[in-house]
Design a protein around this ligand. Structure first.
Ligand code: NAD
Length: 467
């Protein structure tokens, strides 16, 4: 039995108590890659017990934690080809994308987290008092499949840096990359109990973690529906919860752009809407343009769709393909116009789907309000700027937005009016120091940089005697 059929608990690869096997399918070919064995509630008990023992055991000093984390990053890069191939085989992203975005980017996030922790004041003077920042305790990390290594690392690195042992439950579909990550963590010398991997189904292992009295915090990335459920379950034991959830993010193109500026903005926005074939929480899936530029925008998008299509991977699974397909059909039923692309029949050899662009949708309809999580862009129009801003803010979400305009100051003023955890102005810039997270039903809590580290810290006031 390889590590793929085991769980990593208390520093060892162990045979799961759970017995259900789960087949990992390559979405590019619809063929089997391997199978894993899923854990159950008893495996969660064992992992949480190991994490608690680590938390309550001898101190693992900060400097050693940070040096070990850096080693994890080095070991991931030493096996970059293997990580790249495995992530491509389990979730379908093309080789180059897997290497740069799915493997190298998380390592840079890890290193930035270590840099931040090295410079962080864990003790802050506050008048005569000391404000001590202490680890929150045992952390359960529940992650999705779309950026599997990144989402795990963006939680594990700040948790360990803060001094919190972790139990990771990755998405079932992307369990194989989690095994590689656990191997790197083991080889780097993370002490027993500080990192544990329990593969398993959300409603079994995820639920057990959210409810477990031995878990102090749940950090979750995934859908809003599951986030809502996790927060409710975690409330019974007053756990700290951070939720990185879905989005229906807008790119708002202002009316002061000239033809060239408008085209550049449309291309940038379209590219991001198709990032990871649209399976990206922050993707700009609504393009909001001045009414008089509607046809011109579609012409640009038609050419862009043809250019980008060959570079995209498939959707992650047959279930995801069906979900997206159903949403497309419902969009048409609700009156939206499919302006670019066509509704395909289900493919048999891989879950491929070409880019589509909708227009003329009712702003209250599903395609305008809810995530599609596929290669689908909606073009919406406005007649005056206030209406454009209202449209941008017209969903329950607020994860990521773009504002493009000829005047940078004015575009920045508009950006301040968008209710969103991140707003990019005239570009798309990733800064691993800048906090990432949602407003509204995109969740709460932030990842990256110092704000990401603080999520895993409790504040304790240490009071001196009264003067
Ligand atoms: P999902 O919510 O179905 O699953 C996410 C994780 O939760 C998986 O590990 C799953 O097994 C687990 N889970 C499922 N049901 C559970 C339950 N009842 N209790 C506890 N855990 C449970 O999401 P997904 O389909 O894997 O990923 C896609 C979603 O993730 C999209 O909605 C997307 O927007 C969101 N996402 C958000 C961000 C962000 O940072 N905001 C990033 C990536 C993805």
């Amino acid at each position: 039995m390889s590590n793929r059929q085991k769980l990593y608990i208390n520093g060892e690869w162990v045979t799961p108590h759970g017995t259900e096997t789960f087949e990992i399918i390559d979405p590019r070919t619809n063929t089997s890659v391997d199978s894993i064995v899923l854990g159950d509630e008893q495996d969660v008990d064992a992992a949480v017990a190991a994490a608690r023992a680590a938390f309550e055991g001898p101190e693992w000093p900060l400097a050693e934690r940070l040096a070990t984390l850096r080693r994890v990053g080095e070991l991931i890069l030493e096996r970059v080809d293997e990580f790249t191939a495995v992530i491509s085989s389990e979730m379908g992203s093309p080789e180059q994308f897997s290497r740069a975005v799915q493997v190298q980017f998380p390592v840079s996030v890890l290193n930035t987290t270590v840099d931040v922790a090295e410079n962080f004041s864990f003790d802050e003077p506050l008048g005569p008092s000391t404000m001590a920042h202490e680890p929150v305790g045992v952390v359960a990390a529940i992650t999705p499949w779309n950026f599997p290594l990144h989402q795990a690392v963006a939680k594990i690195a700040p948790a360990l840096a803060a001094g919190c042992p972790v139990v990771l439950k990755p998405a079932e579909l992307t369990s194989l990359s989690a095994v590689l990550l656990a191997e790197a963590i083991h080889d780097a010398g993370v002490p027993a109990g500080w990192f544990n991997l329990v593969q398993g189904r959300g409603p079994v292992v995820g639920v057990a973690l959210a409810e477990h009295p031995g878990v102090d915090m749940v950090t979750f990335t995934g859908s809003t529906a599951v986030g809502r459920e996790i927060a409710a379950r975690a409330a019974a034991t007053i756990k700290r919860v951070t939720l990185e959830l879905g989005g229906k993010s807008p790119a708002l193109l202002l009316d002061d752009l000239d033809d060239e500026g408008h085209k550049a903005a449309v291309l940038r926005a379209h590219g991001f809407s198709l990032f990871n074939n649209g399976q990206t929480c922050a993707a700009w899936t609504r393009l909001i343009v001045p009414e008089h530029r509607y046809q011109q925008t579609l012409d640009i998008l038609r050419e862009s769709a043809a250019n980008i299509a060959p570079t995209l991977g498939p959707l992650v699974s047959a279930t995801q393909w069906d979900r997206v397909h159903d949403k497309l059909t419902r969009a048409i039923d609700e009156g939206a116009t499919l302006e670019i692309g066509e509704i395909e029949d289900a493919p048999s050899d891989g879950y491929w789907m070409a880019p589509k662009v909708f227009g003329k949708a009712d702003p209250k309809s599903e395609i305008a309000q809810q995530e599609t999580f596929g290669p689908v862009l909606l073009v919406q129009t406005y007649t005056d700027r206030a209406e454009g801003i209202r449209l941008a803010n017209s969903t329950i979400y607020g994860l990521s937005a773009g504002v493009f305009g000829a005047d940078q100051d004015e575009a920045t003023r508009v950006a301040r009016k968008i209710r969103s955890g991140t707003v990019h102005v005239n570009g798309l810039n990733t800064n691993p120091l800048a906090p990432f997270g949602g407003m509204g039903q995109s969740g709460y809590g932030r990842e990256y940089g110092e704000h990401g580290l603080r999520e895993f810290l409790e504040i304790k006031s240490i009071q001196p005697p009264a003067a």
